[in-house]
Design a protein around this ligand. Structure first.
Ligand code: M1P
Length: 250
């Protein structure tokens, strides 16, 4: 029988541990912490920043419950509740390039007609930017409405195609991880980034990753296909639970 230290289970958040931008269900939490955790090392690798992880996973207790927390794709690294490293997109791109990019995004969004717009169109994080055409301050209903509108009108993918063309000379990758926004970060700063930390300091026999956005362009794609681990495609926390039950003989 393998030991907890042999297996690492890495989880995306939205669509994997919770429904999109929703709070984790108590039964799922109970399952994860009392059934799964005694059998394997557990970590989260999400596109969101740490604050949003706290919101969705019931606050700061995740710092104690999870062995690893990798917000922003692992561009911030937290182990045993302590921040042990973080990337800096400002240093990486430089102020001049950043401003060229931000000014273009603001111009593009200022000319974009949508059914509604709210506030916070660019969220600047440590290792990435999150761009949200409707504005992050929308309500849950407005969020759902935009998600359906985007499905039909391809607002985000059209904008990404334009940005790729305009900034072909700059080291940037675009990825859609949620319902209303997309993330922008330097090449290679996708979720596989967290594996650099794992490989540098640990030696797991098996690593598994669970995520929902596993198609090209989704923010789980690169880590899902990474040969260093086994990827599991899920659509809901129920799928995650079913696969974990089989995998760990629970
Ligand atoms: O975790 C997935 C994504 O969650 C949010 O996306 P949205 O608000 O569009 O649903 C964002 O935090 C995004 O950065 C993240 O990748």
């Amino acid at each position: 029988m393998s030991k907890r230290e042999d297996i690492l289970l890495l989880f995306d958040v939205d669509g994997t541990l919770t429904m999109p931008r929703s709070v984790v269900q108590p039964e799922f939490e109970e399952f994860l912490y009392t059934k799964v955790k005694p059998k394997a090392t557990i970590g989260i690798v999400g596109g969101s920043d740490l604050e949003k992880m706290f919101e969705q996973l019931n606050g700061q207790k995740i710092l104690k419950e999870f062995d690893f927390i990798f917000p922003e794709n692992g561009l911030v690294q937290i182990e045993a509740g302590k921040e042990v490293g973080k990337q800096n997109i400002i240093q990486h791109l430089g102020e001049k390039t950043l401003q060229r990019f931000i000014n273009y995004v603001l111009r593009y969004l200022s000319e974009l007609e949508l059914p509604i717009k709210r506030g916070t169109f660019i969220e600047f994080r440590n290792g990435m930017m999150n761009i949200c055409p409707i504005g992050r301050q929308c309500t849950r209903e407005e969020r759902n409405m935009f998600a359906a509108y985007d499905e039909e009108h391809k607002v985000r993918s059209t904008m990404i195609a334009k940005l790729k063309e305009e900034f072909a000379d700059i080291d940037l990758t675009y990825s859609i991880g949620g319902q209303i926004s997309f993330d922008v970060f330097p090449h290679g700063w996708d979720k596989t980034f967290c594996l650099r930390h794992i490989e540098a300091y640990h030696n797991f026999k098996e690593i598994h990753f669970f995520g929902d956005k596993t198609e090209p362009g989704g923010n789980d794609y690169e880590i899902y296909i990474d040969p260093r681990l086994k990827g599991h495609k899920v659509n809901t926390p129920n799928d995650t639970k079913r696969i974990l039950t089989e995998l760990l003989n629970l």
